[in-house]
Design a protein around this ligand. Structure first.
Ligand code: ATP
Ligand code: MG
Length: 460
């Protein structure tokens, strides 16, 4: 098979340098797969070689020993970080997570045999311009099929993450799973259960950001993987909603992800925004289901789930915040103060994300894109309010904690409490946001908290 693979000059330099030292070097993995698929460029290159990590370190000036024990070093070349890995096989996976031993092997063929899917088990030889493709990966790519190299049951038992990777690739590429590969996923859930949460999270996020995320989520559910990763979601299936909703809660969540922008925190929020609905479902007097307070229950569940999946705290906080804030009901009779309070509660920096979540949510209620005049009106109102440069957070107030302490309030939580009360006042009446007024209002609030000893400041 001859195809002209356009390789960046930095990558060509690395391949040539390894070849000139008497070793073999091939492009493998995602870069080659993407090239075969669409001839499209890729920035993430993996190289397989018979040179040892020591050999590679000696060949290049900038090499980071990223995974010496697995035979991997990262060569830095211009804007590229290229993972160069010595041909290897993995023997025995008694814990379903890590190979018991890794041995370096002599040939690219042996190296390709340990790889997960046929489309990932190809190698490009730049010296001859040919693709080595012992498992017919190109044919499977043409048919848009994900198929294990070898017996899928054995491969998934070896490394439990591979089943999730199969579904992740389906979500990214829009391919289907070859039937035996799909069937083997459900047989290997035990192996999958012992995979580290970090590895699962990384694959899950790639799935969520996939162009075919909906397909990926449906496959996760169908194969049983979802029940292992987020069992809390399972009651969403068959949880019937009211009114305009065309989906049950599970499909609604899946479709919300698909309709959301390609931003991982918004997609997490989309997936989990209604997870509290089954627990809060009740029937109203007329027999229609209600879900009072579901956003609170959803955010509590989401926080537990995301901590378990070891997301960074900043992401968890944002996702949970978006979920908790997703049920706002704007009408044109909101006062400016109500708009300001909304902005303060959501946070200026989160408004766009919340609106994106809400637009995706609306689309997934009726099953098609909707033009929400209501969201547009709120957006316009917010713009008008923001133009006036009011205070929306504690740091926008005309006084700070030190000023409050100077009035005789002891250092501690009460300082923050008073600042919050002042912010409420300012959200209601922005004209109060000046030093003199705020100090006076603060002094007026202090007796309520048992503080009577005023030290007079600033002539007050
Ligand atoms: P991308 O980087 O675009 O997500 P990729 O195919 O390059 O996709 P990587 O995780 O970077 O995926 O892995 C590089 C290659 O290593 C894969 O193409 C595959 O050949 C092999 N590989 C990765 N993980 C596994 C695994 N768990 N089991 C077997 N082979 C694997
Ligand atoms: Mg890769």
């Amino acid at each position: 098979m001859h195809k002209h693979f356009q390789i960046p000059k930095e990558i060509e330099f690395i391949l040539n340098k390894i070849n000139e030292s008497g070793h073999k070097a091939y492009i493998v993995g995602g870069a080659l797969r993407d090239f075969v698929m669409a001839g499209k460029d890729c920035s993430d290159f993996d190289i397989a070689t018979d040179a040892t990590p020591d050999d590679v370190i000696k060949l290049f000036p900038h090499v980071v020993p990223t995974g010496i024990k697995h035979g991997t070093v990262t060569v830095l070349a211009g804007k590229f970080k290229v993972e160069v890995t010595t041909f290897r096989t993995e023997k025995g996976y008694s814990d379903n997570r890590h190979p018991d031993s890794i041995s370096f092997v002599g040939t690219i063929e042996e190296d390709l045999s340990r790889r997960d899917f046929t489309m990932n088990a190809m190698a490009y030889d730049h010296t001859s311009g040919t693709i080595l493709d012992p498992y017919d990966g190109q044919k499977d790519i043409e048919r848009r099929i994900i198929r294990c190299v070898g017996d899928p049951n054995a491969r998934f038992a070896e490394d439990g993450l591979r089943s999730m990777r199969a579904v992740r690739f389906a979500a990214q590429l829009g391919f289907s799973l070859e039937p035996a590969t799909q069937a083997a996923i459900s047989n290997s859930l035990d192996a999958f259960s012992s995979v580290s949460k970090e590895r699962i999270r990384d694959e899950f996020e790639k799935l969520l950001l996939g162009k075919w995320a909906l397909v990926g989520l449906e496959l996760l559910e169908k194969t049983g993987l979802l029940g292992v990763i987020i069992p809390e979601m399972l009651p969403c299936r068959g949880c019937i909603q009211k009114g305009a909703h065309v989906y049950d809660v599970m499909d609604h969540c899946f479709h919300t992800v698909q309709a959301a922008p390609f931003l991982v925190d918004i997609r997490w929020a989309a997936l989990l925004h209604d997870i509290g609905k089954p627990a809060t479902r009740a029937l109203g007097a007329d027999g229609t289901p209600t879900f009072h307070n579901h956003e609170k229950v959803s955010s509590t569940l989401a926080s537990e789930i995301l901590e378990r999946l070891r997301l960074p705290n900043d992401d968890i906080n944002l996702i949970v915040h978006l979920i908790e804030a997703h049920m706002f009901h704007y009408t044109d009779d909101w006062s400016d103060a109500a708009v300001r309070r909304f902005i303060a509660r959501v946070g200026i920096e989160n408004l766009e994300s919340l609106f994106a979540l809400r637009a995706a949510d609306s689309e997934a209620i009726v099953g098609h894109k909707v033009q929400s005049d209501n969201l547009e009106s709120l957006r316009n109102r917010i713009e008008l309010v923001l133009q006036k440069e009011h205070a929306f957070g504690l740091k926008d107030l005309a006084i700070n904690g030190n000023d409050i302490m100077a009035l005789g309030v002891p250092k501690g939580p009460l300082v923050g409490k008073l600042l919050s009360e002042l912010l409420e006042t300012v959200l209601d009446d922005p004209a109060q946001n000046n030093r003199e007024s705020l100090l006076r209002i603060c002094q007026g609030l202090m007796p309520k908290y048992g503080i009577t000893k005023h030290r007079l400041q600033d002539g007050l």
